[in-house]
Design a protein around this ligand. Structure first.
Ligand code: SF4
Length: 265
């Protein structure tokens, strides 16, 4: 049972250094999708150390805050939650935020859920909007372990296709790229006929945390050994980046976290 913590926020838009964005909007903090590698897990420290995925902070006044606030620059929704996690079905905070938001705001939404399709008619009112789905093609046993509560990869790919058919600009976020577990080329081939552009991100092992590190080293030692060997990992990154660059798709960015943070374009 997920614990819902209702709070009132002071402001809607927060400045950010996230590549490609000037502001973030987090109407939720915490995420029921409970991905084991989630980089936002550190937020649990501030909420009584309860397990990531077991609680969600809901900023219930966000729909009214965005009525009176607007920003110039690009806004990313969301950085410490998924705006279409299951609780959204009932609470509709994301939907009401979108309804009330200035439609001139340049908005980028990212989710792992096909619930996003519910709001297509609102997306169409925005002048500059793009809607992204995170895909990674983990096989079902891996997904059960590390992405237990999000919709399947197939459903996310279908959502990407439907967004395209509805005339909403879409993008795919291929993440986290883990050697041996994610086939970047296959994902591009499967989606490129209906996907406007792509972001890519290699796994950030450090931010994924100790528990994930242990899981990877025990269950996929070859992947773990490759990621933690600087030279082998550099060669792996180069091979994947070559694949990306030869694929003919529009690449918005490739994020590499190890051995130091790099943003390739
Ligand atoms: S869907 Fe995103 S925010 Fe939610 S747990 Fe997974 S990685 Fe974290």
């Amino acid at each position: 049972m997920v614990k819902i913590i209702k709070v009132k926020a002071k402001k809607a838009f927060t400045p950010t250094r996230i590549p490609g964005a000037d502001y973030v909007l987090n109407q939720y903090i915490g995420c029921e999708h409970a991905c084991k590698y989630c980089y936002a897990k550190f937020m649990s420290k501030w909420y009584g150390h309860a397990a990531w995925g077991s609680w969600v902070v809901v900023k219930e006044n966000m729909p009214s805050l965005v009525k009176n606030e607007t920003v110039k620059g690009s806004v990313y929704m969301s950085s410490v939650s998924d705006p279409y996690q299951p609780v959204e079905q009932e609470l509709q905070i994301t939907r009401n935020v979108l309804k009330n938001m200035d439609k001139n705001v340049k908005l980028s939404i990212l989710t792992k859920s096909d619930l996003v399709m519910r709001d297509v008619n609102i997306f169409k009112e925005f002048k500059h909007i793009e809607v992204g789905l995170t895909i990674n093609g983990f096989d079902s046993s891996v997904k059960r372990e590390i992405e237990p509560f999000s919709p399947s990869n197939e459903r996310r790919i279908k959502a990407l296709k439907k967004l395209h058919e509805q005339g909403v600009k879409n993008y795919a976020f291929i993440s986290p790229i883990i050697p041996g577990l994610v086939d970047v080329q296959a994902l591009i081939e499967k989606t490129k006929s209906f996907t406007s552009s792509y972001w890519f991100e290699f796994l950030n092992l450090k931010a994924a945390g100790k528990e994930f590190k242990n899981w990877l080293s025990q269950n996929y030692p070859e992947s773990y050994n490759l990621i933690t060997d600087k030279h082998r990992f550099e060669r792996f990154v180069k091979t994947v980046v070559d694949t990306i660059n030869n694929s003919g798709v529009i690449v918005r960015g490739v994020c590499v976290h190890y051995p130091k943070m790099r943003f390739l374009k």
